[in-house]
Design a protein around this ligand. Sequence first.
Ligand SMILES: [Zn+2]
Length: 352
Amino acid sequence: MKKISTISLLCFVLYSITLSQIYDIKEFLDQCPTNDPVIDTILKDFEIRLNNEIVTEFPCTEPVASIPVSSYSNPLIYLQTLRVIYYMDKHMANHLPWTDTTLYVWMKERVDGINIKDGVAGGYCCEEIDGKIFFVTGNADDFNRGFDKKWMGIAGNIDFFAHEVRHTEGNGYYHSSCCGIASGCDEKYDEADLGAYGIQHWLNKSWLDGFINVGARTSHNTSEINEIINWHLGSANAMRNRFCQNIPELINLEDIELPLGAVPTSNRDMDWETITLFPNPIIAGQEITIISYSTQIDKIEVFNTGGVLVKIIDDPGINEVIFNTRNLSPDIYILKILDSSENMTFRKLIVH
Ligand SMILES: [Zn+2]
């Protein structure tokens, strides 16, 4: 048995998480955030609480689209939202008008987590627990949680999170009532100094015109694409009612070259975001299916938590690999997946 050290395994995992932005948001959202190696980082950066209690378990099965809404919990949804934020504009710089870093870094430097609370409508910023700063959001109902399986729901969470985090800065970017909505307006829209609603408008505009491209065109069908376009268009334009001065111009679709942007080109030979494992978690003895949408899989090495190589599937040279897990005892495994050029990616597999 070949043994790789925990340190080198960790390096591999770190290597895999330096891969860049989102290639296909539909595919991405069907993956459990808990199967992404980056999740340990996210949970270190953001504490997720439910009614003040720290959440440590986020039960999830793939594809996420098939999870019954009753089991698709708000903590899981917000973890997924943070995962999208983590990747969304990774490696971009000076792209957000209100900060010179990425959305994720900007957020983590200002809040310590999210507190999901029963009985809260919408949300607010912020409250302190154990010396940490949390923004607060309501515990959404079944309808809204179902919507959060799709990009539109997650996008709505992201712009709302960004709104709340903006309140931690400067003078608090407090709202005015000048637009006729009680404490629901920003005095002005100013891209040099966006308020909380200004950030929401800007994000929807940027998703719509593809400036921030999450791969909404990659595998959504035409009607889904149109639905997403109209969602961002409607969100950005409706937000115009929230400003009293310097109201942003009405956005017309005809002025946008390619709404949502093109299908991202990936210069990554091995893109872990396009690899799906299911079922995961799996019961020992069941067959697992691994599908790669971009590259042909050449070899899969399975390591246990001790870093011991316990299984090799060699030379499949195909896009779909199926193997039986009967020889794997219940544990967490790391799958090292390689293509013929030895590009590699890692996925976590849980065997019960
Ligand atoms: Zn606000």
